[in-house]
Design a protein around this ligand. Structure first.
Ligand SMILES: C[S@@+](CC[C@H](N)C(=O)[O-])C[C@H]1O[C@@H](n2cnc3c(N)ncnc32)[C@H](O)[C@@H]1O
Length: 288
């Protein structure tokens, strides 16, 4: 694909500097007001993504803004939100470890602000679909708005639904993605929506949730049950001071994955007596 031109109603990612950046929809005749001047949308429409625009009035303001085509990570960090949203690196691992891609059929709960929903929606194009449920009217409203802004309504359905109680009637879905307080309570029900070898991903901020979810997955015929935590460090690059940035997000959450199998049990092998679980301290640093 060659250079893309900005069209009326496109979402653009407007960057002034490291801290000041906005996701805006460009409408004919419209304006975007910042404390560093006004951006006239008619100055943007028809220009290629990657170009720049100067804020008006040029004589008193004249700041340079760069105009980018939004990336999935820009949607996440700059969309309207109220609930805790998934960070781009976690969303990336969810995509790779669930195999969600073009044509995938996916169930998600809860949709929250729809940040993860939009990421997933981008990847199931052109013929997949995300069914995303939530029990909070406010979340549903916000998520629907974000999906519309991202022009993804063809691939995403946001609906009221309690993943713990309601029967959604889905069959043979490729993946289930859970980001809610009690994912372990949903496992028994949602496994029936999944096809064999289908994947489940659950995002939880605490280890207590991870443990309950892991046990629920193992008791409900999921295999390859693994949990990961990603820690991302941004590197500051300067002539004589190149190092990780001092401030960082220390913890976003844990990601637990599983793949559905027919049956975990083996009728030919008796259950071996359980060994006592021991805590192995080998290699641990000694206290001084
Ligand atoms: C942390 S937010 C999800 C954030 C979302 N992943 C995002 O990126 O914006 C958790 C959501 O789960 C919803 N939720 C909690 N229990 C639920 C249930 N039983 N069924 C459906 N949604 C539920 C909550 O209402 C809340 O909006």
């Amino acid at each position: 694909m060659g250079t893309e031109l900005i069209r009326e109603n496109d979402l653009v990612f407007l960057i002034l500097d490291n801290r000041r950046r906005w996701m805006v929809q460009v409408t004919a005749g419209g304006q975007f007001h910042t404390h560093k001047g006004i951006i006239e949308f008619d100055d943007i429409i028809g220009k290629p993504f990657g170009s720049c625009v100067f804020s008006k009035p040029l004589e008193s303001q004249g700041y340079k803004f760069y105009i980018f085509k939004p990336l999935p990570s820009d949607y996440i960090l700059h969309m309207s939100r109220k609930t805790q949203i998934i960070y781009p690196e976690d969303a990336g691992l969810i995509l790779l470890y669930t195999g969600i891609g073009p044509g995938s059929l996916v169930i998600e709960a809860g949709c929250g602000s729809g940040a993860l929903t939009c990421i997933l929606g981008n990847y199931v194009k052109p013929n997949g679909h995300i069914y995303s449920y939530d029990i909070r009217e406010k979340s549903l409203k916000r998520a629907k708005k974000n999906v519309l802004r991202a022009n993804l309504e063809e691939w995403i359905t946001i609906k009221y639904g309690d993943i713990l109680k309601d029967d959604f009637g889905h069959k043979n879905v490729d993946s289930i993605v859970l980001d809610m307080a009690t994912p372990w309570e949903a496992i028994e029900k949602v496994k029936d929506y999944l096809k064999l070898s289908g994947t489940l991903a659950s995002f939880s901020p605490t280890i207590e949730q991870v443990k309950k979810t892991t046990l629920a997955l193992m008791n409900n015929n999921f295999y390859e049950v693994n949990t990961y935590e990603l820690i991302k460090r941004k590197i500051q690059v300067k002539e004589n001071a190149t190092r990780p940035e001092v401030r960082m997000i220390g913890h976003s959450g844990y990601l637990t994955f599983g793949r559905k199998v027919e049956d975990r049990k083996n009728p030919y092998r008796g259950k071996k007596p359980q060994k006592n679980e021991i805590i192995d301290l080998e290699g641990m640093p000694l206290r001084g």
